[in-house]
Design a protein around this ligand. Structure first.
Ligand code: ATP
Length: 348
């Protein structure tokens, strides 16, 4: 998949990868990965477990060497450089903080390593701690922090040297749902203020939609869709992509092998047309989740409390708005990206 062209006169892209590939024995972890991230832009690498997201991030970081392709950071080719020579901020899942250093010491570590004098490094560290709202805790030992606070220290540590590109691998994965939601908000506003380019790995669709300007959807080592976050979610390229992005109603088209149809809920008109049996009703946060036996397949519908009260019988009348349906290639049987072992990792 080709990313957009680089205009000649604009500032260099914060990141560009060209045909990046990495294989582990028979497993193709990344293949033909072309990404670009403009300064200040956030790109999410989204995909199921085993689809190659972390591999791509490690290749960008220099923690792994690619078998093929190139990595450019701020217009400079860095493919053969070690991580510390790439001037990147890294926050990985196991964000090990240094236990023998306090919060300030942890965050000042990066600038010190880059040659800053102690006073200057601590100044940069304090600015980074302020960005993540932890300036009051600079003297704390890291073992005396909550999980969310440790996560913020890790982020401040990555930000302190002022890297033009920040790489985050599932940065919210070890936190409970409430904290995740709060940090998601914080990160979004932080990215907006910083102007740093960000690549964030996530398998969580909501996180990608909340944080990223653009999304690269990965399956079996390949980028299968790349675009503005809202567009990717609204217009998935295939039945597999639609289901992974959370569309419950994707059905094989009868008599048309390899073709499927996606029925977005906006295309369902309740209370008109033929009546279909309701198979199940479940209470949800918003109202009710219904399953309706429709000739296309079992339709899952989310009704508000008011709609649920209005349509409470054993049957539901509904009509589909043809213009709102999307016909898609049905690639769901091709396997890959579910982390189910080599058989599930054949590239598309
Ligand atoms: N060091 C390694 N040795 C062998 N195989 C590896 C190695 N690292 C990754 N793989 C394999 O490469 C594939 C892609 O892994 P990767 O960790 O990049 O996926 P991911 O999308 O980040 O998954 P997750 O969301 O579970 O972290 C997987 O099949 C994985 O088992």
């Amino acid at each position: 998949m080709t990313d957009r062209a680089i205009p000649g006169s604009s500032p260099p892209l914060a990141l560009q990868t060209r045909d990046l590939g990495r294989q582990y024995g028979p497993v193709i972890a990344a293949e033909g990965v072309n990404l670009s991230v403009a300064p200040g832009e956030t790109l999410a690498l989204l995909g199921p477990s085993g689809s190659g997201k972390s591999t791509v991030l490690r290749l960008i970081a220099g923690l792994e060497r690619p078998d093929a392709g190139q990595v450019m950071v701020s217009g400079r080719e860095v493919t053969s450089l070690p991580p510390e020579a790439r001037h990147l901020g890294l926050v990985f899942q196991d964000y090990a903080l240094f236990p023998h250093l306090n919060v300030l010491g942890n965050v000042a570590y990066g600038p010190r390593r880059r040659g800053a004098a102690r006073i200057q490094a601590e100044q940069q560290a304090r600015e980074a701690l302020q960005l993540v709202g932890l300036e009051a805790l600079e003297r704390r030992r890291t073992s005396e922090l909550s999980g969310g606070q440790q996560q913020r220290v890790a982020l401040a540590r990555a930000l302190a040297p002022g890297p033009p590109l920040l790489l985050l691998d599932e940065p919210l994965s070890n936190l409970d749902e409430q904290l995740r939601a709060r940090l998601r908000e914080d990160l979004r506003s932080l990215f907006g203020r910083l102007g740093t380019a960000v690549v964030i790995v996530t398998h969580d669709q909501r996180e990608a939609l909340a944080l990223a300007d653009r999304v690269a959807l990965m399956r079996a080592g390949r980028v299968v869709q790349l675009g503005a976050a809202a567009e990717v979610f609204a217009a998935p390229v295939s039945a597999w992509a639609a289901e992974f992005l959370g569309q419950p109603n994707v059905f094989a088209l009868p008599g048309q092998p390899g073709r499927a149809v996606m029925v977005p809920e906006q295309a369902v008109r309740l209370g008109e047309g033929p009546r279909w049996p309701v198979i199940s009703r479940q209470r949800s946060e918003r109202g009710q989740t219904l399953k309706v036996a429709h000739p296309l397949g079992d339709l899952t519908l989310h009704l508000s409390a008011r709609e649920a009260a209005a349509f409470s019988g054993p049957e539901l009348a509904l009509d589909l708005d043809d213009a709102g349906l999307r016909e898609l290639p049905d690639d769901r049987q091709q396997g890959g990206g579910q982390g189910t072992g080599p058989a599930g990792l054949t590239p598309l």
